[in-house]
Design a protein around this ligand. Structure first.
Ligand SMILES: [Zn+2]
Ligand SMILES: [Zn+2]
Length: 432
């Protein structure tokens, strides 16, 4: 068996474990399912939790699935650093809930760039973090839907999974260029940069060093920046005081959002937060005017719904009318989600769009008919197909059903108008 090491190791763009596993299967010219059966499953220790091949196991998180998978890979390849392809080093530092997105996200430009420069590609771990929705390298939102088959909810696993390819239709997801989002969300870019900086840290730790536990970080922040008051800290970060107390007491590890807000408010870097705990108060003055939205335990779907409904309402008055599918792809959500959540609005948009496309098709047909008529006026009904193709500048006009139909109809009309009944038989070969 051939194998290599995870890409981007020691950087903020370290490869995610599932991308690494898929790439090893590709290196050995095996389908992913066969690689799992032949290599991964036999390598798992009988006594420990066996790495399971289920869609819902989060291989990159900090739970049991990640533990089982990373232990198996460490045993297979003999490198402890493979744990840095998951969030396991952040156990006790970050709250595990909703930390990793069970579905894939990707930046098509990054995929393509990596492929053009190295001839190979990989999917970084940072794309799997739920809070990361932007690519800071290209200032664009990460994609969640395949541009060809439009399927969202791309699992980390499929029997024939390939890196950088759609899990459903298998198409390559990289793109040379794309129309970026008009206005990159600065806060989104900050989150992504913060996470890249954070993911770089575990590989840089010395042998016996570990990341600082979440409770110690919360206490240090509270004491250095907020005069030892959880209430003050809660107010500054727009988080409930009770929650800050829980973090400081070590009853629950702080959420990633807590670190984002602390970093933004105090100017502390990820390294200062997770490794050194040495803070400087100089940067505080710059960010004191920052005001956060009140922290609520809101479902991600609620935010998504608000974003979608706003765009749907806008789409009702915009011109040219967009299709529900096009709109969903533009918003980076599943078209089925739009249909399920807003059936009436989606139906209204669809009606508008289909009326528009019907009108467009009719005008295109009228234009084409006029062109055919002009050609027939000039060259007569015995015009050769090649000549017709050249005049219309459309080499495929006889292959397209409706265009062929129009040409036949127009030739027939001219023949009926001009020729005596007997001539129809002679020239009927033109209709073929
Ligand atoms: Zn990118
Ligand atoms: Zn696809």
């Amino acid at each position: 068996m051939i194998h290599d090491m995870p890409r981007g190791m020691g950087s903020g763009r370290v490869e995610q474990l599932s991308s690494f596993a898929v790439r090893q299967a590709e290196l050995n010219s095996l389908a992913y399912i066969d690689y799992y059966r032949e290599v991964i499953a036999p390598a798992s220790d009988a006594g420990s939790h066996r790495p399971r091949l289920t869609r819902m196991s989060v291989v990159e998180g900090i739970g049991r699935a990640a533990e089982a998978w990373s232990e198996t890979f460490v045993r297979l390849f003999g490198n402890r650093l493979l744990r840095t392809c998951t969030l396991l080093p952040f156990r006790g530092v970050l709250a595990p809930r909703s930390l990793i997105d069970p579905h894939r996200k990707w930046c098509p430009l990054c995929l393509q760039e990596e492929h053009s420069t190295t001839g190979d590609t990989y999917e970084p771990l940072v794309w799997r973090l739920t809070d990361v929705e932007w690519c800071p390298k290209h200032d664009r939102r990460l994609e969640v839907a395949c541009p060809i088959c439009c399927r969202c909810r791309q699992d980390w696993m499929s029997f024939k999974a390939r890196v950088g390819c759609c899990r459903y239709c298998g198409r390559w997801l990289g793109q040379e260029s794309s129309i970026g989002d008009a206005e990159p969300a600065h806060i989104g870019l900050y989150y992504a940069r913060f996470c890249e900086e954070m993911l770089r840290l575990p590989a840089a730790l010395k042998d016996s060093q570990t990341l600082i536990p979440g409770s110690e970080i919360a206490c240090a922040l509270r004491d250095v920046f907020f005069a030892g008051s959880s209430h003050q800290m809660g107010r500054a970060l727009a988080m409930p005081t009770g929650l800050c107390n829980e973090y400081c007491a070590g009853r629950i590890p702080p959420s990633l959002m807590f670190y984002f807000r602390s970093g933004l408010h105090t100017g502390a870097t990820a390294e200062e937060l997770f490794v050194t705990n040495v803070f400087s108060r100089d940067k505080l003055a710059l960010s004191e005017q920052l005001a956060f939205e009140p922290y609520r335990a809101r479902a991600r779907r609620t935010d998504q719904k608000e974003r979608v409904i706003e765009s749907l309402n806008q789409a009702l008055t915009s011109f040219p009318p967009q299709s529900v599918r096009g709109l969903a792809l533009q918003l980076h959500v599943d078209p089925n989600f739009v249909w399920r959540s807003f059936p009436n609005l989606a139906a209204e948009i669809s009606t508008r769009h289909s009326a528009y496309t019907a009108q467009l098709a009719a005008s295109r047909r009228a234009e084409f008919t006029a062109d055919v008529r002009a050609a027939l006026d000039r060259f007569g009904p015995s015009i050769a197909p090649n000549q017709m193709k050249a005049i219309l500048e459309d080499p495929a006009c006889y292959l397209n059903c409706w265009k062929r139909e129009v040409i036949m109809e127009e030739i027939a009309a001219v023949l009926v108008d001009e020729a005596p009944v007997g001539a129809m038989v002679k020239t009927s070969s033109n209709l073929q």
